[in-house]
Design a protein around this ligand. Structure first.
Ligand SMILES: Nc1ncnc2c1ncn2[C@@H]1O[C@H](COP(=O)(O)OP(=O)(O)OP(=O)(O)O)[C@@H](O)[C@H]1O
Ligand SMILES: [Zn+2]
Length: 443
């Protein structure tokens, strides 16, 4: 399988027996928006494909439950940070389920790893990469001069133009970032340096160091995290372990609305909950999968309508084939074994080759369109089961989920009566039955 590595800007082969994956999770101070869902759906598409190919993987997703944003919001609302975090962590987990995102192998909140973070920072101080100022600990980026900026392809001296940096005084270099922040505001923990809390960039570096004994295979996150967050994660891991944190970096492009990046701070967000109230998970899947994950994506009513129309087509085909196959089964016309040579297409092979080409899901959508066209018209009756099962397993593999009614014996009886009425040209009876079948969402 070939994936684009946004560090080397080359395609790389992924062929290990077990793939270790990490995605930077949300800061749980609010509901997630559909932009935040893009990296999660990207990771989900990847691991679903690994499942399909029976490739083993370990996928870790962190939850940032310690952060300034959490502290400030809890103060504003006059509630405890724990109350705030619980509410939004649960909402986040529910959203994963609502979006049909497979539960990662591990979901870990950083507050459960404070002891490990302190030890991690200690090693960086001992090795001379971090220094203490008045109870806070900073990473000294001048110690990794030759490495810093490599991921985001920037010159050290140009890095800070237009980027918001920590305002702490006494830092040796402008770009030095806090590993441990001394603070008496909000929740804090006792370390040998001060009462304080860890910095965000250290959380992810620690998680990867702690859960995986070696360089991970794939690190996933939105493109906005490339600098400084991922740059900072990388140099910490490099400083501690003298090796790369990840073999391959996957960065998704931004989701924008009216051509402006969807972001909480700009207030132009659509939360996952809001989106799902109006539309459904398949609408969002289609929107993301029909465009290349690396490209920016602008959401508009046209894009949403296109997704709705496409899903209607799929749903209708699934419904029609469901009752057609049910009748066929009951009539036992299906006793003739399926001759696989009769199946005129190679859908699964095509699907696999598109997915292995850096998750080329737009081509998979085109393939599904081609399948729908054939299934709706030309496919030989004897191939219907086989082709439909391929169609369904592709949909399932890329995370679509449709609710098709399970037909009862009574439903099938009615279908047969309808068919008989048609054969006998008893159109009044046929029409009545057809109406009933439509009403009960069978056809
Ligand atoms: N508009 C977007 N399009 C795609 N991915 C995004 C977008 N906004 C955030 N992300 C990604 O979502 C994940 C969580 O991001 P983060 O924790 O920074 O969210 P946030 O604080 O809610 O962001 P923001 O304030 O920008 O809305 C990251 O991988 C980030 O890159
Ligand atoms: Zn991270």
């Amino acid at each position: 399988m070939k994936l684009f590595d946004s560090f080397s800007t080359n395609f790389k082969d992924i062929d290990e027996d077990q793939i270790n994956i990490y995605t930077c999770g949300p800061t749980v101070y609010d509901y997630i928006h559909i932009g935040n869902a893009r990296p999660l759906i990207l990771a989900d598409t990847l691991v679903r494909y690994f499942d399909h190919k029976k490739i083993k993987y370990k996928y870790l997703l962190n939850i940032t439950d310690i952060d300034d944003k959490i502290i400030n919001k809890a103060i504003d609302l006059n509630i405890t940070e724990d109350e705030l975090v619980d509410k939004y962590k649960n909402a986040f987990l529910k959203n994963l389920n609502d979006l049909n995102i497979k539960t990662p192998s591990n979901i870990v909140a950083i507050s459960s790893k404070i002891g490990e973070i302190i030890n991690f920072i200690d090693v960086l101080i001992e090795k001379g990469y971090a220094y203490i100022v008045d109870g806070s600990v900073y990473f000294d980026i001048s110690k990794v001069k030759n490495e810093y900026g490599k991921l985001s392809k920037q010159q050290l001296e140009n890095l800070w133009t237009g980027v918001r940096v920590d305002l702490e005084k006494n830092k040796k270099n402008q770009g030095d970032f806090a590993l441990w922040k001394k603070t008496d505001i909000g929740k804090n923990w006792l370390s040998k340096w001060s009462l304080g809390r860890p910095g965000w960039h250290t959380e992810c570096a620690l998680m990867i160091d702690h859960f995986f004994s070696e360089t991970i295979d794939i690190h996933i996150g939105g493109i906005d995290l490339k600098f400084p967050h991922h740059e900072n994660e990388r140099v910490q891991y490099l400083a501690k372990n003298e090796k790369e944190i990840a073999k391959l970096w996957m960065h998704n492009g931004h989701l924008s609305i009216e051509n402006v990046k969807m972001s909480k701070s700009l207030g132009n967000i659509i939360t996952v909950n809001e989106f799902l109230e109006k539309y459904n998970l398949n609408t969002l899947r289609y929107i993301f999968l029909s465009s290349n994950y690396r490209q920016p994506l602008n959401i508009s009513i046209d894009v949403i309508n296109q997704a709705i129309e496409w899903n209607k087509k799929v749903f209708n085909l699934l419904k029609t084939s469901n009752w057609k196959l049910a009748i066929k089964e009951i009539n036992q016309r299906n006793q003739i074994p399926i001759d696989e040579d009769l199946v005129p297409f190679n859908y699964m092979d095509k699907f696999n080759s598109y997915m292995e080409d850096d998750l080329n899901t737009p081509m998979v959508i085109t393939l599904l369109d081609e399948m729908m066209k054939n299934l709706n018209s030309q496919i030989k009756d004897s191939c219907l089961d086989l082709c439909m099962s391929e169609f369904k397993s592709i949909l399932d593999c890329i995370g679509f989920k449709y609710h098709i009614k399970q037909l009862t014996d009574k439903d099938i009886k009615k279908l047969n009566l309808w068919k008989k009425a048609l054969t006998k040209k008893d159109y009044i009876k046929a029409d009545k039955l057809r109406k009933e079948l439509i009403e009960s969402e069978i056809i």
